[in-house]
Design a protein around this ligand. Sequence first.
Ligand code: NAP
Length: 245
Amino acid sequence: MNFQGKTVIVTGSTRGIGNTIAEQFASQGANVMLSGTSDSVNTVVENLKNKGFSVAGFAGDLSTPGAAQSLIEKTIEVFGSLDVLVNNAGITCDKLLIRMEEEHWDKVMEINLKSAFLCTKAAARIMMKKRSGSIINISSVVGLMGNVGQANYAASKAGLIGFTKSVAREFAARGITCNAIAPGFIETEMTNSLSAELKDNYLKNIPLGRYGTSSEVAELVLFLASDSARYITGQVINIDGGLYM
Ligand code: NAP
């Protein structure tokens, strides 16, 4: 896939899945705007620049007022355009419902769901003028299946799916596609923090018998952003080794 001359934003790309998506786009010639909550994003950007990639970074909490708009403005300032938005930034804050406080619920909703709304709204203004664009939302298999201790996370990821389908319908006539990806268990810092017992339980239920990799998720994102996927919109693509079927 060739993304030469295309500009891509990947939210939450200092590490994990987002970082791999950003690097794969950059290695296919895209200009990539990375994002993270702190200035440590600059170190990640420097490392990619040293590999010869066209990248820049934005530091900010994307659930806070004005941050999403600033991210889009900085992208236009640096690269002059915007073709692909990947809403990947996300957190978990797992608690059994009975112990879940409002702040645990609100934080997860704000970062996983509201930040996607804010970034999409700001990006769509640019894409509508160009009459083209791809928006890819990183949901989760948990948004389809639910999970013990993840009522907040599951609700945010299920919300992203409804959001994806609505955005796909609203912007189809403008040539903008919007799809969601629902990864299963992918090896990253987020999943490394789970207990060994929980990880073993997941593994037993994955027909392909292994966890997924960030690269496998990134390859799917690049496909959905490519010209080969222009007739795909409003879909949720599962990438989970068969965990949910
Ligand atoms: P991760 O390793 O924990 O990385 C999360 C990224 O999001 C980091 O770059 C982090 O930046 C950024 N971020 C967090 N809060 C943010 C905020 N308020 N504003 C901007 N950026 C923020 O996560 P991951 O495992 O790669 O997961 C990436 C996405 O895939 C998430 O949406 C997750 O829900 C989804 N997912 C993951 C799995 C899995 O198995 N790993 C499965 C299904 C879905 P900082 O470095 O600054 O904190």
